[in-house]
Design a protein around this ligand. Structure first.
Ligand code: DI6
Ligand code: FE
Length: 401
């Protein structure tokens, strides 16, 4: 049914800028935008359903393009230990860190993983998120990775959100492969990825390229198999050191390279040429109290699209608010509010391969939008927390979460 949404201003985020329409109107038919523009130019005709948006500012639905939402257990105990002076190394030596989340995830049933992930994902939806990427990566064996990826598909079926699944089997070395990273990568490449892809559970493939995870050579083996399977790739790169994983990602036309605190200008040039999106994760930077900032000027200079995401995970970014990441991107990384908003709309959509259908309010795109009771778009990065009187519309239907 044709629906008119009026009495609002719009920041459409077309081409990654505010692209403001004052005193706007939006016409939706089913899940798509049929018309958008100044209310004074609204085409004459019959609008069976009219919604008053009460002078709200309307933006595209927010897109969280990097999360690890599905996992077992919780690591708040480690958080407390670290604040009592226990070091990362001592925690890891005692079996903490990613290894403890892997144990808890393997031990949890699919239903238990679904229930805890549903709670976390609902927090993101209440923050204005209408699309999300969720990674596996805490199972690290075929059955457990499959369990996580099936939960990701279930979340898409039961909540008003578009979900992209990413297989991050190359996240860490499982205990049964201790000291045998090459053998584990062989298992990921020869058994895990082909099986999970054949079951339709994987939309993209990711890996953790870091001195304490996998080398560029090991990552490239994973990328080659993803390419053979027809799956796009993304990469956790340059988070703690410079291994030029982001340049490797660009060579494979990766959708995105993520973290990037230690990336170089040469990496930025390679990413710009490939159209690989830089996904910055201020939550992990903040939670780990990092000091090395991502090279924002190099990214701007070479025209690399910048997205912002929560990196929701139990160890380095237990973040349940994408809007808080907007403020962190501005306050910590010195992005402008307009850049940050583009980072959770149009550029985040591009980082998920969804740029043609999502991420901005334009004719023919999905009618995913949020009406905020704010003074101006910059308020979304300015206010720390708060509901901001939002109304969320997904696929042309107002959703109450
Ligand atoms: N980078 C990170 O910060 C997380 N994974 C990754 O690739 C850490 C995940 C954890 O500590 O549970
Ligand atoms: Fe991550």
């Amino acid at each position: 049914m044709k629906t008119l949404w009026q009495n609002c201003h719009v920041a459409s985020m077309a081409q990654g800028t505010y692209s403001i329409i004052e005193d706007a109107a939006i016409v939706t038919v089913a899940s798509k935008i049929e018309w958008i523009g100044p209310r004074a130019e609204l085409p004459a005709g019959d609008y069976p359903r009219v919604n008053d948006l009460e002078e709200a500012w309307v933006t595209p639905g927010l897109i969280d393009c990097h999360t690890h939402t599905v996992f077992g257990g919780n690591r708040s105990g480690e958080f407390e230990q670290r604040l009592q002076g226990v070091s990362y190394a001592e925690i890891a030596a005692a079996g903490g860190g990613i290894a403890s989340t892997v144990r808890a995830t393997r031990a949890a049933s699919e239903d238990e993983l679904f229930a805890s992930a549903r709670q976390r994902l609902t927090c993101l939806l209440r923050d204005g998120v209408t699309s999300v990427e969720i990674k596996s990566g805490y199972g690290l064996d075929l059955d457990s990775e499959r369990k996580i990826l099936k939960v990701i598909r279930r979340l898409a079926g039961e909540l008003p959100v578009s979900v992209r699944s990413t297989c991050l089997a190359a996240h860490a070395l499982p205990p049964e492969y201790a000291g045998r990273a090459d053998d584990y990568i062989e298992h990921v490449c020869a058994e895990m990825l082909p099986a999970l892809a054949a079951e339709g559970l994987v939309d993209a493939v990711d890996a953790f390229c870091e001195y304490l995870a996998f080398s560029p050579a090991q990552v490239e083996r994973v990328f080659k198999v993803a390419q053979q399977l027809g799956l796009p790739v993304k990469l956790h790169a340059e988070q703690l050191s410079s291994l030029h994983g982001s340049s490797l990602a660009a060579r494979y036309q990766a959708l995105s390279a993520d973290h990037l605190e230690f990336m170089t200008e040469e990496d930025a040039i390679a990413m710009a040429a490939a159209g690989t999106v830089a996904v910055l994760l201020p939550g992990a930077f903040y939670f780990l109290r990092e000091t090395q900032l991502p090279p924002l000027e190099a990214l701007r200079k070479h025209g690399v699209k910048i997205a912002i995401a929560s990196d929701l995970n139990p160890g380095t970014s237990p973040a349940l608010s994408l809007r808080l990441m907007l403020n962190m991107a501005c306050t910590l990384f010195r992005m402008t509010p307009e850049e940050a908003l583009a980072g959770v709309t149009q550029h985040a959509a591009t980082a998920l391969g969804m740029g043609a259908s999502h991420g901005s309010l334009e004719v023919g795109k999905v009618a995913d939008f949020v009406a905020w009771q704010i003074e101006r778009p910059a308020d979304l990065a300015y206010w720390l927390g708060g509901d901001l009187g939002k109304r969320v519309v997904r696929h042309g239907v107002e959703v109450l979460i």
